[in-house]
Design a protein around this ligand. Structure first.
Ligand SMILES: C[S@@+](CC[C@H](N)C(=O)[O-])C[C@H]1O[C@@H](n2cnc3c(N)ncnc32)[C@H](O)[C@@H]1O
Length: 266
């Protein structure tokens, strides 16, 4: 659909049949569990419990914001997309939970909040889209209270390389190996970091590294949909994904980094 027609349809009819609603997609629901399992575990270990404040930075249709609100966290979701936020609000209403939805660019919104801080800051599948990703990480760190946690996902080189090689696009594969940022096939922009580079990035943002995990190691690479697996196979897939083999934590579709803002909390 033409971009303008799409915009008009969203504004007038609040509808867009091409919109990829990550909350509504059953596979994305399975992948959300890979994030939520880790986030819950680290939050509990840091005494961040239901009732605590959570920022979902780049929340789209609320795939993580809504389940966290359902668990009793006080969630604020920020996104540039008004349509995404309307979808998120509809999902929250349906789930019977309240979330504070804020429309805006994180790079504008967070500095304007000037001192507003959260117990937990989640930013999944956003930073690889943002050219000013170093600044964004610093802004996320600034929005986290002392002793609070950030959980941010990044794209590893492994992902781009395999996506190019699946299509036997050797030119793009060589480009990805050479350049950590740039255009990737049809997408305008990508970035990837190695583990030492990520560690340095978090240290520069004033955050202490706690742990990192591959998110979606197997389904993407092997080309299956976890949501269409029989129940028992789906349970085993989840077990494998959550198994955290040390050697392949950078080898997945995303890498989730959990880090801590130094200091003592309330
Ligand atoms: C791939 S979706 C991820 C959604 C959600 N975090 C999740 O995991 O389900 C990326 C979202 O980030 C939003 N986004 C990208 N850059 C942003 C920015 N600078 N400020 C606010 N939102 C941004 C996009 O509008 C989009 O909704």
């Amino acid at each position: 659909m033409h971009k303008l027609a799409r915009k008009l349809m969203r504004a007038v009819a609040n509808r867009d049949p091409d919109y990829y609603d990550m909350y509504a997609d059953p596979n994305e629901g399975c992948f959300a569990q890979l994030y939520l399992e880790r986030i819950r575990r680290h939050a509990a270990a840091a005494a961040i419990r239901p009732g605590a404040t959570v920022l979902d930075a780049g929340c789209q249709a609320g795939r993580l914001a809504v389940p966290l609100a359902r668990e009793g966290f006080r969630v604020t979701g920020v996104d540039t997309s008004g349509f995404g936020l309307r979808r998120a609000k509809a999902h929250a209403d349906q789930a019977g939970v309240e979330v504070d939805w804020v429309r805006g660019d994180l790079l504008d919104v967070l500095p304007r909040w000037d001192g507003r801080q959260f117990d937990l800051v989640v930013c999944a599948e956003v930073i690889y889209l943002v050219r000013r990703y170093r600044e964004l990480l610093t802004a996320l760190a600034g929005a986290t209270r002392a002793g609070g946690l950030v959980a941010v996902s990044h794209r590893p080189r492994f992902y781009y390389l395999h996506e190019a090689l699946k299509l036997q696009d050797f030119e793009t594969a060589m480009h990805v190996l050479r350049d950590q940022e740039g255009r990737f096939r049809d997408s305008e922009y990508y970035n990837w970091q190695t583990e030492p580079q990520l560690r340095a990035l978090y240290a520069q943002a004033g955050l202490e590294w706690v742990a990192h995990y591959a998110i979606d190691r197997y389904a993407w690479l092997e080309g299956f949909s976890p949501s269409s697996l029989p129940e028992e196979a789906q349970r085993r897939w989840m077990e494998l994904e959550l198994g955290d083999a040390d050697s392949d934590r950078m080898n997945g579709r995303y890498v989730l980094v959990v880090a801590r803002r130094p200091g003592t909390g309330p």
